[in-house]
Design a protein. Structure first.
Length: 173
């Protein structure tokens, strides 16, 4: 089942969800770069991929947003009593996932560094841009907000599975 249905998410939605989840976890490891100035395995092996993975996440979130719009009539519906909270939570997750790479790009442009992902120059080096630097300053606070949103998302999925005993988690697995 490639497309979503009223009872389960389809293969494409699951692929986008779990690949992004894995990449977001990888990105969160950037916090480890602050420990011992990154002088450890995580800092030296995974963190150098931060910009490339962030760029890939930007592509995936845009694809995921378009896919969600195309599938909205087919997607499983949340419990009616919680629909507003579920939609708000997912909306905040999507927004944070979109803003993270955008503000990351602004950090790089603001500093005049340009953007290179997977060895391909996407935006060339140039002059520092004060406006981009200012907006890029939201990147780190957004990282903390996204981390809280992701943790809440995981906790709620586990609450639904283990405490409520419904099939919320099963629909995405």
């Amino acid at each position: 089942m490639i497309k979503d249905s009223k009872t389960r998410y389809g293969t494409i939605s699951k692929f986008l969800h779990w690949s992004m989840a894995l990449l977001v976890v990888w990105q969160v490891l950037k916090f480890g770069d602050r420990i011992s100035d990154g002088e450890h395995w995580v800092g030296q092996t995974l963190v150098p991929w931060h910009i490339s993975i962030g760029t890939l996440l930007l592509v995936l979130i845009v694809v995921r947003l378009f896919w969600a719009i195309l599938q909205r009539a087919r997607r499983p519906l949340p419990n009616a009593s919680m629909a507003g909270l579920v939609k708000a939570g997912h909306g905040l997750l999507y927004l944070a996932l979109l803003l993270m790479p955008v503000t990351g790009i602004l950090v790089m442009l603001g500093g005049g560094y340009g953007v290179t992902a997977f060895g391909i120059e996407i935006l060339p080096k140039g002059d520092e841009l004060d406006w981009a630097k200012t907006l890029g300053g939201l990147h780190s606070p957004l990282a903390w907000i996204l981390s809280v949103l992701v943790a809440g998302h995981v906790v709620m999925a586990l609450v639904h599975h283990f405490l409520k005993g419904d099939d919320t988690l099963k629909r995405m697995v």
